[in-house]
Design a protein. Sequence first.
Length: 83
Amino acid sequence: MDIMVADAQQQQGVRSPTLSFCQARFYEEDDGRLYCNWAVNFRYACFVWWPTNKIIPAGAKLSEPEVVGKCGNGEPVYKLHHY
């Protein structure tokens, strides 16, 4: 995507899809919101030991959470594709 198109999308409020990662034990859907210990990648998801303040609207999901591996303690890690 060229820079001018990306700039125009940002000005119009169009968001690009993104990936977030979290430990399965923290994942919760409640009242149209997704809560977890959201992290920018798999590695950080294993080191964040508490739910974050980041809340993702359930309507922003582009796919269901998918297990992409396990932390050293055996906890599954989800990957979520969303806006």
